[in-house]
Write a new protein. Structure first.
Length: 198
């Protein structure tokens, strides 16, 4: 049975950098953002849930989810965000369980996402790495990825459960310095896991 590493933290904190490190060590990583996008494709389970709840309000002219409009509205309205999470988190959790079962023969697996706490993923995880950075830095990193400043701020402020996950973490990484320092911390933790696994 594979041991599962959770990689959590807010948007722009550096979760994906840690995930890439583990992938270089041969660990299969499930990206919850990527999974969410797949499930929200036209006709997918999240797409259907959104359409059943809000009709065509969040669809573009071709019937696809308008992700920018959805994010803009949800990250500024906690009631809509809460409802969206109610719809999407159980579907993400279900698909994650299936992925873990399909890959149960691996030594280690990893799940990367910002919703590990509120999405009820913790029972699936053996270890948690929490990556953190200041709000301003996270906003700047999101803007480098193409986010508009207001939208980036809205996303950073909307992620309210980071402290809850941080308290559950086995390793907390302050990712405000060089990437080399981050890699050193993850390398040390990885070596600890290998020893513990023996």
């Amino acid at each position: 049975m594979a041991r599962v590493i959770g990689i959590g933290g807010g948007a722009g904190a550096g979760k994906t950098t840690v995930a890439h490190f583990l992938e270089e060590k041969g660990v299969k990583v499930l990206d919850l953002d990527e999974l969410g996008r797949k499930l929200a494709q036209k006709g997918g389970p999240i797409w259907k849930a959104i359409v059943c709840t809000w009709d065509r309000f969040f669809l573009d002219v071709r019937g696809h989810i308008d992700r920018r409009k959805l994010g803009k509205v949800a990250f500024r309205n906690f009631r809509i965000l809460f409802r969206l999470n109610q719809l999407s988190h159980p579907l993400l959790l279900w698909e994650t369980r299936k992925w873990l079962r399909r890959n149960a023969g691996e030594t280690f697996l990893a799940v990367e996402g910002a919703v590990l706490f509120e999405g009820k993923f913790l029972p699936l995880l053996d270890w948690i790495i929490f990556v953190e950075a200041g709000a301003d830095l996270r906003k700047e990193r999101l803007m480098v990825k193409g986010w508009r400043e207001r939208d980036a701020w809205d996303l950073v402020k909307a992620q309210r459960f980071s402290d809850c996950l941080r308290r559950k973490a086995h390793l907390c990484i302050d990712n405000q310095d060089s990437q080399e320092k981050l890699w050193e911390e993850v390398e040390s933790f990885w070596e600890h896991l290998l020893v513990e696994r023996k």
